[in-house]
Design a protein around this ligand. Structure first.
Ligand code: DMJ
Length: 933
């Protein structure tokens, strides 16, 4: 696209911009700033960029090669057990599995990545495989949203680049729109989902039987998420325009029209879930992350791709509301659609990390820089962005499935600013992926960013998006075989050509100007970022925005960042009391509680209940504050219970060929050596005999000085611990006897004692579910000598590994894969081994069943009621900034353990001291309550 085709970037967008100008402008917006940077952060040399680009290529080979070798034609790779994830053959993971349709998901999602990464030959092979092997008519219930963005988008992205290559005359000369035909077939399969009065699609569909047929096993759902219904237009319109079949675009537009109609009219926000029949909002909270994210993304991108002003006008209306209510730079916090000044949460989810990238496309760079910087600091703290984190940057939900959103925003910010800082950010992402997520058979999702433990999961979006954005970040124009600016990225980073806007343009654009009178022209000024305006004579602009936020996560008192309602600022009025600030010993706080209509009730069982009666509040504003206080208290309490009750531990396999790369999530014991307080325990593993460890061991010589493996069941955990300790074991791992159990699907628990004094047990004991345990058993069969590390947080990978890993050529990578084949081929034998051990169990019968005997203290998160008045608060009542600073300090000290320069033995344990603090606080609170009532 040439700049000559468009008006000057930064001039207001005309109310009815011709599509070609819009498309051209959007493309220019993303490239024109790269040459602006002249001084400031150290520029990165071309060599360094190429080196990083090559590293991305090698990483992609590792992920894609292992998928093709060990998982294909399955939908996804399970990188820990090195096999394919086939739906129905693995324990259900709930909604996450709805992306899997037995259609070789990862291969389809990877198609256009292959071309971007210059792997044209591999692309040609991959397309042939898709055409030969993929069946779209499986009797599987899939998510309409996921199938659209990953499979339909993947096929269309593949088609878009296949025809581009064919036109170039070298590759794909045989190609005759076969991928497009498959996409059309899939499009027709998804259409029955739209058979609702509202036009909003059902969330799921059976690929073979649709919605209505009795065999479909779906069609009874009443709700869907806003993003699920509002993220179809790019793929559906592209399908219509590529094929001339207008029905797809029509259906997607109808769904968008309905969502727009249903927006909350006074706030212009949308909720997270909506009833597909009545159009009522089911969840009325509103943010830019999970459940809504790509609805906004598609409004703006539909404008770019289709040149229809109504989409821009809708986007701008929502954007204005987002910036008014949700954006609290650098934070983005959910609010209620009806009471948009009221925060709905005190935490943020990882999906919102795409938003700075979208803000770049919108042209609003300042908040994009701010939010991105905040997210980067959270990443620096935890190595990855946890699925959710609190407003004071603590982990709220510790998983990280290798999501690409942050890399996406980093790429767009680099394109907009040309600031080499963003290249350094990309470099860190690459380093962290290799250091913490890379396993011998691919890249494994993080189960817990705090412990560094893995999940047996590598989602297809990791290949569709992560490698694309990282590669493009370091690539110069000549590194890519086509002009990326001629395409728009879908939400799954699939590429659709901008020329579609003039093809088969049969759907009339709405003349909607009268509908959108709420915004003045200034809202349209920023649609196209103009570097002249964004960085007025100041190439250090981006840096100057980041600078004040430099220590926002680690050093500052985070409370100051949160927005307080405007009223609070008026005439020096105090901001409302926040739950985390509340101190039960502070009479002023108790007075405020009263004013807010919140009373304290001491329950018979010793717990304290907070009850709010809005009617007893001094004013409506106080009542509103009280409601927020209660909501915050519930979240705080639930988060603290989670942290308090679920201190997971890690079992890290440190011997060859794992070298610390495989980390398993383990449950702690309430007895024995506390790994959060003491140095970790490292040793070779040995199976105990009898395997259940319920009597004196007959093989003490085998377990002496080692970490004994014992099977769950037949007697108490403490008894097992004593038996292996007496045999000279230095630690124990109890492996669940419930075959197929996994920490992916079952809540982790602590192994309880036997009700007696367990002080005699000195060794550390950890629990592994069966699937995690079988990874160790499998390794023993393959490598005999297996050494593990038991700890509360995975340690940095063994330095030895550095010399052996990081294959520099494809050959090396192949060798490594060969190793994996032999490793995974042992699985069948393992089952045999286990069953023979089961026989030996049976020959040592005990009087009680395993279920009776294992005294497991379940520590799954407590249920949380949505009604604040029903919540029994026993929460942390200490929210002082100094305490928080201490915690952050302790956390960052703990994190030093993962620093390669820090010795393995160094240990800091924040959890117990935090727990002790909480208990003291709760006691003080209860005492105070007793006195008062
Ligand atoms: C991707 O599948 C898409 O980007 C989607 O819109 C939401 N996020 C996932 C990856 O995190």
């Amino acid at each position: 696209m040439s700049e000559a085709g468009g008006r000057g970037c930064g001039s207001p967008v005309p109310q009815r911009a011709p599509w070609s100008l819009v498309a051209a402008t959007a493309a220019i917006c993303l490239v024109s700033a790269t040459s602006v940077w002249t001084v400031g952060a150290e520029p990165m040399s071309r060599e360094e960029k190429q080196k990083l680009g090559n590293q991305v290529l090698e990483m992609f080979d590792h992920a894609y090669g292992n998928y093709m070798e060990h998982a294909y034609p399955a939908d996804e790779l399970m990188p820990l057990t090195c096999r394919g994830r086939v739906r129905g053959q693995e324990p259900s993971r709930g909604d996450v599995d709805d992306a899997l349709g037995k259609f070789s998901l990862t291969l389809i999602d990877s198609l256009d990545t292959l071309v971007v990464l210059n792997k044209t030959k591999e692309f040609e092979d991959a397309v042939r495989k898709v055409l030969r092997d993929v069946n779209l008519d499986n009797d599987v219930v899939v998510s309409v949203f996921e199938t659209n963005i990953r499979v339909l988008g993947g096929l269309l992205g593949g088609h878009s680049l296949a025809i581009m290559l064919k036109e170039k005359g070298e590759y794909m000369q045989w190609y005759n729109d076969e991928l497009l035909q498959m996409a059309k077939q899939l499009g027709y399969k998804l259409l029955p989902a739209f058979n609702t009065t509202s036009g909003l699609p059902y969330p799921r569909i059976n690929l073979k039987f649709g919605i209505r047929k009795p065999e479909a096993r779906t069609g009874t759902e009443t709700d869907t998420c806003t993003a699920c219904a509002g993220t179809l237009i790019l793929e559906f319109a592209a399908l219509s325009r590529f094929t001339g079949a207008t029905i797809f675009e029509e259906y997607a537009r109808k769904a968008l029209d309905f969502l727009w109609e249903k927006r909350q009219r006074s706030s212009n926000l949308v909720g997270v879930t909506i009833n597909i029949h009545t159009g009522d909002w089911v969840r009325k909270d509103s943010g830019v992350g999970a459940g809504i994210d790509s609805y906004y993304e598609y409004l703006l991108k539909a404008y770019v791709l289709l040149g229809d002003d109504s989409f821009l006008e809708r986007f701008n209306t929502h954007y204005d509301a987002i910036m008014r209510y949700i954006s609290q730079p650098p934070l983005l916090l959910d609010v209620h659609i009806h009471k948009p000044m009221l925060n709905a949460r005190t935490w943020m989810d990882a999906l919102l990390a795409f938003f700075p990238g979208l803000q770049v496309l919108k042209g609003d760079i300042r908040p994009a820089i701010e939010t991105h910087e905040m997210l980067y600091q959270v990443i620096k703290k935890h190595n990855f962005l946890p699925e959710a984190f609190t407003t004071d940057f603590r982990v709220h939900w510790a998983q990280h499935p290798l999501r690409p959103e942050f890399a996406e925003s980093t790429y767009f910010l680099y394109k907009a600013t040309g600031d080499p800082y963003y290249l350094e950010v990309g470099k860190t992402l690459i380093e962290n992926l290799n250091k913490y997520a890379r396993v011998p058979c691919g890249f494994a999702a993080m189960k817990d960013v705090r412990t560094g433990s893995h999940e047996d999961r590598m989602d297809s979006f990791f290949l569709a998006e992560m490698f694309k954005y990282l590669y493009l970040l370091f690539a110069d124009k000549e590194d890519i075989i086509f002009d990326i600016e001629d395409y728009i990225f879908t939400t799954e980073a699939h590429l659709l050509p901008l020329w579609l806007s003039t093809t088969n343009q049969s759907i009339s654009k709405k003349n909607t100007t009268s509908e959108y009178t709420e915004l003045d022209d200034s809202n349209f000024d920023w649609t196209c970022p103009n570097t002249q305006i964004l960085f007025p004579n100041d190439p250090l602009y981006a840096q100057s925005i980041r600078e004040p936020l430099k220590n926002v996560v680690d050093k500052s008192c985070p409370r100051g960042i949160i927005r307080v309602r405007e009223e609070s600022f008026r005439s020096g009025a105090k901001p409302p009391l926040r739950a985390r600030d509340f101190m039960a010993t502070n009479p002023e706080h108790l007075e405020i509680l009263k004013k807010m209509g919140v009373s304290l009730i001491h329950l018979k069982d010793g717990r304290v209940q907070l009850v709010q009666h809005a009617i007893q509040a001094a004013s409506s504003i106080d009542a509103e504050d009280g409601l927020r206080f209660m909501q915050e208290m519930i979240e705080l309490s639930s988060q603290q219970q989670k942290e308090q009750q679920l201190p997971p531990r890690a079992v890290q396999i440190v011997s060859h060929p794992f070298f610390g790369r495989v980390v398993l999530t383990a449950g702690p014991a309430q007895f024995g050596l506390d790994l959060s307080k003491h140095k970790e325990t490292r040793g070779f593993v040995a199976s105990s005999k009898p395997y259940n460890g319920c009597s004196e061991l007959t093989n003490p010589e085998a377990v002496m000085g080692k970490i004994a493996l014992i099977q769950r069941g037949q007697c108490m955990f403490a008894e097992k611990a004593r038996n292996i300790q007496n045999a000279g074991a230095i630690g124990g791992i109890v492996i669940d006897d419930n075959e197929g159990s996994s920490s992916d699907t079952a809540p982790l628990f602590q192994m309880a004692g036997d009700g007696k004094d367990t002080d005699d047990i000195k060794i550390p004991m950890l629990f592994l579910f069966s699937k995690e345990g079988s990874i160790i058993l499998d390794a023993i069969r393959e490598y005999e000598e297996v050494e593990v590390l038991l700890s509360d947080k995975a340690k940095d990978r063994d330095p030895e590994m550095e010399n052996e890993e990081q294959p520099s050529s494809e050959n090396d990578s192949q060798n490594q894969s060969a190793e994996q084949i032999s490793s995974s081929s042992q699985e069948v034998d393992l089952v045999d081994q286990e069953s023979s051990e089961e026989n030996s169990l049976n020959s040592h019968p005990e009087s009680l069943s395993p279920a009776d005997m294992d005294n497991a203290a379940s520590i799954s998160p407590s249920e949380q009621t949505s009604n604040p008045t029903e919540n029994h608060e026993t929460a942390n009542l200490n929210g002082e900034c100094t305490d928080l600073d201490n915690q952050l300090q302790e956390q960052s000290e703990t994190e030093e353990d993962s620093n390669p320069n820090v010795s393995w033995g160094k240990k800091v344990q924040p959890i117990d001291s935090i727990l002790a603090d909480w208990n003291e606080d709760i006691e003080a609170f209860e005492m105070m309550e007793k006195d008062e009532l």
